[in-house]
Design a protein around this ligand. Sequence first.
Ligand SMILES: Nc1ncnc2c1ncn2[C@@H]1O[C@H](COP(=O)(O)OP(=O)(O)OP(=O)(O)O)[C@@H](O)[C@H]1O
Length: 304
Amino acid sequence: MSKPFLSIERLTQKFPDGQGGELTVFENASFGVEKGEFVCILGHSGCGKSTIMNILAGLAEPTSGVVKMDGMEVSGPSLDRGVVFQNYSLLPWLSALKNVIFGVKARHPDWPRDKAEAHARDFLAKVGLEGDVVHRKPSQLSGGMRQRVSIARAFANHPKLLLLDEPFGALDALTRGTIQDELLKIWGGTEQTVFMITHDIDEAILLADRILLMTNGPFARVAESVEITIPRPRNRTEIVEHPNYYAIRNHLVHFLGSRSKELAGQKVDGDDLRPDTVRIDQAGIVTDSPGDARSSPRLHAVND
Ligand SMILES: Nc1ncnc2c1ncn2[C@@H]1O[C@H](COP(=O)(O)OP(=O)(O)OP(=O)(O)O)[C@@H](O)[C@H]1O
């Protein structure tokens, strides 16, 4: 079988626990992401999502294990991997437009200024920011607008991998909905690979091709990879009518509500722990365990 575009192999992260001991956040976690896929990761606070994200971004080194993108080992940050954090991380002294141009120029230093500006304006327009507003500095923009600028900046750079760490966490529901739609539109047009942390189940179902479910830590695991068997284009009001929607949603709620805790802290033996693939459609639930040496958790039937 050919390797996926992004390959996370036997990742282990340990931290000092502050009391002279050691905290194992996760051990031997392995999973892959295909090119062009939109993958969300769900799990309770503290299970290790941001740690995984930081390692994927090249901002942190794991205790052991490797991440490969396009067959090359990830080490250190790169323009091939764009990151959008919850706190926007815009340069406060530059206008929205200049923030995006700054990123474009970093990626394409040879582009003349007018080409970089036209490109930046194009991506700002894609997230609904046009006209005078693009000349405002971050402090003169609303939270939702700032987040749009961050997303425009990330997509304008065409990173091979876009890493989104709860990018809509601070937004009100209405703005969040609008930006989710915009994100889907841009992603649909660029075929970029997206890996996103969210705490919002409905957001994950709307956006993702697959949802990775993490158990609680320590010794957290990416226990399941749930396929979102709802065709695209998706739209937030119609998606709930799809016959698979509530079956998938119930499965996720059940995992986060009880199974993530039942499985918490269980040290599972194996040097390459891969998630079970879960496919839910009208016909029911099909699980495909990776067939390694460990015992796989049994799935509970949901949504009779
Ligand atoms: N630099 C560090 N030193 C020590 N412990 C750390 C460090 N970074 C993270 N941890 C611990 O590792 C665990 C995982 O943290 P992480 O931030 O990855 O969780 P998370 O799933 O992203 O949580 P949240 O959803 O709350 O952001 C936590 O127990 C945290 O306290």
